[in-house]
Design a protein around this ligand. Sequence first.
Ligand code: GAL
Length: 695
Amino acid sequence: MRKFIILFIVSLLIPSAALRAQEVKRFFPEKDLVTTGIYYYPEHWSENQWERDIKKVSEMGFEFVHLAEFAWFKMEPEEGRFDFTWLDRVLNLCSKYHLKVLLCTPSATTPTWMRLNYPETFVMDGHYIRAENGTRGLESIINPKFRGYVKKIVAEMAKRYGQNSNVIGWQIDNEPGAVPDYSPSSQDAFRTWLKNKYKTIDSLNTAWGAAFWSQWFNSFDQVIIPNTNLVGWWGNNPHALLDFKRYSADAQAGFLDFQAGILRNYISKAQFVTTNYTAVCTGSDPNRTRKLDFAAYTAYPNGGSDNIGESGFRLGNSDVVLFAAEYYKSVGGVSGVMEIQPGPVNWGSYNPLLLPGTVRLWLYHSFAAGGKIACSYRFRQILYGAEQYHAGVIQTDGVTPSQGGKDYMQFMKEITELRRQFTSGKKMPEKLAARSTALLWNVENYWSIDRQKQTEQWNTWDYPVKFLKTAKSLGAPVDVIQETADLSKYKLVIVPAYEMVDSALVKKWQDYVARGGHLIITCRTATKDRRGHFWEGETAMPISNLIGAHISQTDMLSSYGKGDILMNAKHYTWHSWGDLLVPDNTTEVLGTYDNQFYKGKAAVVKHRIGKGDITYIGVDTDDSKLEKDVLRQIYQDAGATMEDYPPGVFVYWRDGFYTALNYSSDNYTVKLPDNAKVLIGEKILKPSGVLVWTE
Ligand code: GAL
C-alpha cells in the first residue's frame, strides 16, 4: 500500500507530458530500438504480383507494411458500398510473411463519386475557386458533409481491423498541413472560432486593431477570413492573419482528433494512432492535437539544393531530420520517420542521384535522434502518375532494389546487430548531461514574424534551427521543447526569436535562471503580446529586467552592407538584425557594434540573477560564429566539456549507442576514447558515412 501511495505521489509530480511519453513507449519495446516499414500500394499493381511483392518486402528485412493511405476509391467504390475483401487479402499475405501492418485513413484523397457529387467537400482558394477532381489534400476538413463521409469510412476500417493483432497502428490522413480554406463552411467555422475566443465583437476589434483603416466590425456576422490574395499581402491585418493561422491549425488538429476519436471507439489499446507531419511544418501545429499517441514526420532532405561542399547536392540538407526528429518528440515523447526519401524525387529543383549510403545516413540520423519508426515512401517505383519519376526502394521492374533499397537493407541488418548489443536502462552519460540544452519553439512565433519580417535577410525558419545546429556542433544533446515543458532538467535553455510572450512565461524564464539555469534570449523575443501588439513602452519591455538591458533601436543592413561586431577581441559580421542595447549598471557587455554610426553600442550582454544567468544576443550574425562562441563560453562556465564538430558532422547518443553521421563532403576522423567499442562503420567517416559505438 505504502509503495502504491508513493507511486501515486510520484505520478502527480511528473508533468503530464512525461506521463504521456511513458504511456506511448508501450508501443515500442525498448529492445527493438526501431521498427522498419515500407509504403505499399497494392491498388497500383496487378493482384497476381501482390504475393511476390509482400514476400520481397519481408525478405528485404522490413517489419511492417504501410497500407491504404490513398485507397478510398477501392474501399468505398460507390457511396455507402464498402469493399475490404482486397485489403483482407493483402493483410493475410502480410501475416503469411510475418509482416505487421500500419493502416492509414484515406481522407487525403476522396473517391470520384464524392468529388463529383459533393463539390462542397473541397476547399476554396483565396480567389473563392473550389478545388476539384485531380489531386489530393484539398478536402475541406471543416466541411460537415466531408466529415460525415470520413466518419463512415474510418469507422468501417476500424471495425474491420481494430482488433486485428497484426495491425500495429494507424496513420491519420497524409501530411496534414492546415491548408487555408476560404469556403463558406470555413467562413462559418472561423466566425464560430472567433466568437469562442473573443466573446464580444469589441474585444475582437481591439485585438485586431480594427480602428486602423476603418476595419471595424459591428457584429461577428460581418467578419470574413482575412484574404491576402485579394487585398495584398503587405497591407493585410497581421492580427487577423495570425488568428486565421491559429484557426486553421486548430481546424487541422480538430480534424485529426475527430478521426482519432472514431478509431478509438473500435480499436484495441495495442494499436497506436499517429499522423505524418512534414519535417518543415509551418501550417499545422502538432501540439494542438489531444487524441493522437505521438507525432511522426516525413523527411525529404534532398530536393536539389547545394548543401555542404561538392557532394552536398547528393547528400541533402541535414537540417531536415535534425529539427524534425527533436520537434516531433516534444508532442508525445517519442517520434519516428514515417517517410524517408528513398532516392531521387520528382519535385526537387533538380533530382540528382544520391551518394550511395545517403539513405542509410538519413535512416541513422532519425534513429540516432531516438526515432522508433523508420519507414519509407515507397516500395515500388510506380509506372504512371504524377510521381512516376519518384524513386522507390524497388525499381520499375518490380524486383530489383534501388540504391536506396540497398541502403535500407544494410540499415535493417545492422539494426538487428545493434539489438543484440542492446542492454536496457542506460542513462545518458554525465559528460552529455552536463551540456543538456533545450530550444524553445512555438510555431505561432513563426507565423507572426514571417508575416512581418522587416527584412528579406531574415530567415524565419533557419533562425531557430541555427541554434540547434550550433549547440549540436558543440556536442550538446538538444531537445526542442514547448513553453509548457519543465525547464529544470536543462543546463541551458535557448529562446530564439520568441516574439510573443506574456508575463507568466517571462516569470517562468526568470525562475529557471534564479535556480541556476543558463538562459540565452535572442533578438526578436518578447517584442509583442499574444495578440501581436507592441507594448505601450520600450521594445521587449517584459524582458528588460531579465536581460538587464534596454533595446533602444534596431538596425538592419542592405545585403552588401557589412555589420561588424567586436567580442573578446574577435570580429563577426552581420546583416539581418541588430538590436542596439543600453545595459543596466550590473550587466556585463560581451559584444559591441564596431562600425556604423552607433559604433560602441552593446550587441550582446550578460545578466546574472540568483544562481544563474541570461545572455541576450541582440544580433543575428552571418555565419553563427558569434552565437557559437557565446554558447561555448556558457557550457565552459557551467563546467561542461565540449566537442567541436565541423558543419555536417553530428554525433548523438541513444540507448547506450553513440552514432556519428557525416553530411559533409570531406572525410572526418571521429575521436574515440580508449574504451570505445566500434559496432558499425569506421572511425574515418566518409561523406554519407555512419559510425556507431559504445563506451
Ligand atoms: C510526401 C507525401 C507522399 C509522396 C512524397 C513524394 O510529401 O507524403 O505521399 O507524395 O511526398 O516525395
